[in-house]
Design a protein around this ligand. Structure first.
Ligand code: PLP
Length: 396
């Protein structure tokens, strides 16, 4: 968390702890803090304060958009195959592909191009052939590979082929890199999550433009103008607004700084190692994302060595029943399975400094050398069979 956000939330954990829905003086102070936070969020997002609904996380905002739209109007929900599971699993659930299915609606998943952007021709064809599409959900920035989707372009297709459908964007990964004011006018619903921009975990936002568009997910006390029941997380909401405001003010300069560091990181890895493939070209990505596929290693083993050396990274592949499964994002982009098993996802942010980049290149270079010496897979050995990884097995 940003220090300023931690500082801002502290009073609301102690002397200003009152419930903002109460009527006494302390409650009114808390209420005022929530209202001011709402004004700040609205200013940065580019909407009216009444259109801001505070939720418990990005997942809840995504679920509310889709489940709430289908609950209100029935019909079909569409999303691209590279969405975060907070969207994809909801749509697949409606489609009956995950447990149970959903009685009142259907879901359909749209293909993407090699960079992870929704296939607009396929989207248009599905919209044209499906008269009862209720909601289309397309993420603005992909969390795994960093690809930016032009939401204005998506909106043109949706408005043309399904004028009655709602357009939702999961903008959870966008606030640090893009001006949300450029995205909001094109959508009906937009999701954010505070911990992606230096705020606390457990605070989300759903923007509902033009008033209520979907049924609430949580009902009860009627908070958030009946849109989201549950006692407000005042401290978290205040801190989220402080973090979002700072992120917005610093965004342009941070983009310049971090794109240079990201380029140094990826160029450094390419200079240091053979067999580095950039998964998505840099011009299609946000500044904070470096995603490469490294031949001749398996990322879970690499992550183990990186963690030991103090470099925190991820691979975005799920390890189920001892078998490595490449990420659904890379699979949808058509990345070869053997490449995907060597995926490494490095992210940069507000705290990343030049020295971190030099160290990361050294540590990753040494770890990849070590793995290639000791485990000459998968480029050399058979890569078609699922592989159990010793370091992970022994670690868990
Ligand atoms: N959507 C995207 C693109 C994300 O990256 C994440 C979190 O990683 C979420 C949704 C879920 O947000 P939260 O962790 O706040 O539930």
């Amino acid at each position: 968390m940003r220090a300023e956000a931690v500082e801002a939330m502290m009073p609301y954990l102690s002397e200003l702890y009152a419930n903002p829905s109460g009527s006494h003086r302390f409650a009114r102070r808390a209420r005022q803090a929530v209202d001011e936070a709402r004004d700040t969020v609205a200013r940065v997002v580019g909407c009216h304060p009444n259109e801001v609904v505070f939720t418990g996380c990005g997942t809840e905002s995504d679920n509310m958009a889709i489940v709430g739209a289908i609950a209100r109007r029935g019909g079909v929900a569409l999303c691209p195959a590279v969405e975060h599971h907070a969207v994809l699993h909801v749509v697949e659930h409606l489609d009956g592909r995950s447990s149970g299915g959903h009685a009142s609606g259907r879901g359909s998943v749209v293909g993407v191009d090699a960079f992870g952007r929704v296939d607009l021709d396929e989207l248009a064809a599905i919209l044209g052939a499906t008269p009862d599409v209720t909601i289309v959900s397309v993420m603005a920035v992909n969390n795994e590979v960093g690809t930016i989707t032009d939401i204005a372009e998506v909106a043109r297709v949706v408005r043309r082929h399904a004028p009655d459908a709602l357009l939702h964007t999961d903008a959870v990964q966008s606030a640090c890199w893009l001006d949300l004011r450029d995205i909001t006018p094109h959508v009906d619903l937009l999701s954010l999550s505070a911990h992606k921009f230096g705020g606390p975990k457990g605070v989300g936002v759903l923007v509902e433009r033009g008033g209520p568009k979907v049924d609430p997910l949580l009902v009860g006390g009627g908070q958030e103008r009946e849109r989201r029941s549950g006692t407000h997380n005042t401290a978290g909401i205040v801190a989220a607004a402080v973090a979002l405001d700072l992120t917005d003010r610093e965004r342009v300069d941070e983009n310049v700084r971090l794109v240079a560091l990201r380029d140094r990181l990826v160029d450094g890895l390419r200079d240091r190692l053979d067999g580095i493939t950039e998964t998505v070209p840099r011009e299609y990505k946000v500044a904070g994302s470096a995603h490469v596929c490294i031949t001749g290693i398996e990322s879970e083993a690499l992550l183990f060595l990186l963690d030991e050396a103090g470099v925190c990274a991820s691979a975005a592949s799920a390890c189920a029943s001892g078998a490595m499964e490449p990420s659904h994002v890379l699979a949808a982009m058509g990345v070869d399975r053997s490449m995907a098993l060597g995926a490494l996802r490095l992210t940069l942010g507000q705290t990343t400094m030049a020295a971190d980049i030099e160290r990361a290149v050294d540590v990753i270079g040494a770890a990849v050398d070590q793995l290639r010496r000791h485990h000459p897979t998968p480029a050399v050995a058979d890569v078609s069979a699922p592989t159990t990884l010793d370091p992970i097995a022994s670690a868990s």
